[in-house]
Design a protein around this ligand. Structure first.
Ligand SMILES: [Zn+2]
Length: 363
C-alpha cells in the first residue's frame, strides 16, 4: 500500500513586487525663478548622486524644468505647500511618475532672522525628533513619506547661495534623511546622519565640506556625501532610504521627454583629502597620537585602505597597516611621520594619495 501524500501549498498574501532602482526627479520652476540656474542645479544631481546606493537619478522631461503658476513669495512652508497644490492640480507628478519634485523659486526666506536659506526640504517621517523612523515593509523599503515628503524648494536668485553648486543635491539629500553638521544631534535618521566639515590650520591647511554641510566659510566642496562610519555618515543614510524613494512612484512615465542619463560607474581611485588632528601628546607612553581621516570619491570600488608612512618626513614610504573605514588612529614616536593612503579592492590598490597628513611627534 502506498500512502497518498497530499501536498497543500498555501500562497501567502504578502505584497512583494519588483523594486525600481531609478529615482525619477521632476524639476518645476515658480514665477521669477532663474531658469538657467534651476536647470543647472537639477542636472547636477546626476553627478552628485552616489551609485553605491544601488539607485540612479533619472531626470523627468529630459532634465528641463517645467514652469508653473504658483506663489513665489512667503515663507518656505507657504511656498512649498502652494507649489505642491498647484502641481497636483496640473497632474505633473502623475504624468511623469516622479518620485521627487524639486521646486525652484526666487528666494527662500530663512526661519531665523539675519540668516540666509538656500532651500527647504522637510522629511519628517525619517528625521523629526521622536517621530517614526525607517520602518521597512515586506520589500525592505519604507514608503510612508511618499505622498507628503517628496518635495523640496530651492532658491535660484539669492546671490549668497550661488557659490554652492551642491544646493539642489543638498536639499535632495534631506529628502533621504541626510542631515547637517552636528549639532543638532539625533534628529536625523541615525546618530551619524551628519555632514562633515574638516578645518585645520596646522600642520597642513585644509578646509573641506561635504554636500550636507551647507556652506562653512571658505570650505571647498569635496563633491560627495560624508562616509565616516559612526561620526559623519550621510552615505549610510542614503544607502538605507534610496530604494524607498525610488519606489515612491512605480510604473513608467507617460510624460515623454526621456531620461537624463545614468550616473555611470566609478572606479578605484586614490583618496583625495587626508586630514587629521592631534588626539594625545604623550599617550600611550611616549607616543603622540593623531586621528587621520580621508575621503574616497568612489567608496563603492574599494573594500579597504592601506595606511603608508614616511618617517622621518621625506624617507621612503612604507606600508603600515590596513583598515576598512576611512579613518585610522596614528601613533608616532621619535620623529614626525607623513601619512598617505591607498584605496584597495580585493585585486589591486590605487596609487598613493597625492595629499598627505604630517603626524608630528610632540612629546
Ligand atoms: Zn540643509
Amino acid at each position: 500500500m502506498r500512502k497518498l501524500i497530499l501536498v497543500i501549498v498555501y500562497f501567502l498574501s504578502v505584497s512583494v513586487y519588483a523594486l525600481e532602482t531609478e529615482i525619477t526627479v521632476l524639476g518645476v520652476t515658480l514665477p521669477g525663478a532663474n531658469i538657467n540656474q534651476a536647470n543647472t542645479y537639477l542636472n547636477s544631481l546626476i553627478s552628485y548622486w552616489p551609485t553605491s546606493t544601488g539607485t540612479t537619478v533619472k531626470l523627468a522631461n529630459g532634465g528641463v524644468t517645467i514652469p508653473i503658476a504658483s506663489t513665489p513669495s512667503g515663507s518656505a512652508d507657504v511656498q512649498l505647500s502652494a507649489a505642491k497644490t498647484a502641481e497636483q492640480n496640473l497632474g505633473l507628478r502623475n504624468l511623469y511618475q516622479a518620485d521627487v519634485i524639486l521646486f525652484f523659486t526666487t528666494i527662500v526666506p530663512a526661519p531665523i532672522p539675519n540668516r540666509i536659506a538656500c532651500g527647504y526640504a522637510p522629511q519628517y517621517n525619517w528625521t523629526a525628533a521622536g517621530a517614526k523612523k525607517f520602518v521597512p515593509d515586506a520589500n525592505g523599503i519604507d514608503r510612508a513619506g511618499s505622498e507628503l515628503w517628496y518635495a523640496g524648494l530651492i532658491a535660484t536668485t539669492e546671490t549668497a547661495c550661488n557659490p554652492y553648486p551642491e544646493t539642489a543635491a543638498h536639499e535632495f539629500g534631506h529628502l533621504f534623511a541626510a542631515g547637517h553638521l552636528k549639532p543638532p544631534a539625533n534628529i536625523y535618521l541615525f546618530p551619524d546622519s551628519h555632514a562633515m566639515h574638516i578645518s585645520i590650520g596646522y600642520p597642513v591647511y585644509a578646509n573641506y565640506r561635504t554636500i550636507m554641510a551647507g556652506g562653512p566659510q571658505g570650505a571647498t566642496l569635496t563633491g560627495n556625501f560624508s562616509s565616516v562610519s559612526g561620526a559623519w555618515d550621510n552615505l549610510n543614510t542614503l544607502n538605507t532610504t534610496a530604494l524607498s524613494v525610488a519606489n515612491y512612484r512605480t510604473g513608467s512615465s507617460s510624460g515623454g521627454g526621456g531620461g537624463g542619463g545614468g550616473g555611470g560607474e566609478c572606479t578605484l581611485q586614490a583618496p583625495t583629502v587626508i586630514a587629521g588632528s592631534l588626539v594625545n601628546q604623550c599617550l600611550p607612553q611616549l607616543n603622540t597620537e593623531h586621528s587621520v581621516t580621508w575621503l574616497d570619491a568612489c567608496p563603492s570600488a574599494s573594500t579597504k585602505y592601506e595606511v603608508w608612512y614616511s618617517q622621518p618626513d621625506g624617507a621612503d614610504d612604507v606600508k603600515g597597516w590596513e583598515t576598512t573605514s576611512a579613518s585610522t588612529p596614528v601613533f608616532v614616536i621619535g620623529a614626525d611621520s607623513r601619512i598617505r593612503i591607498k584605496s584597495c579592492n580585493n585585486v589591486q590598490c590605487s596609487s598613493l594619495s597625492a595629499m598627505s597628513y604630517l603626524a608630528y611627534y610632540d612629546c
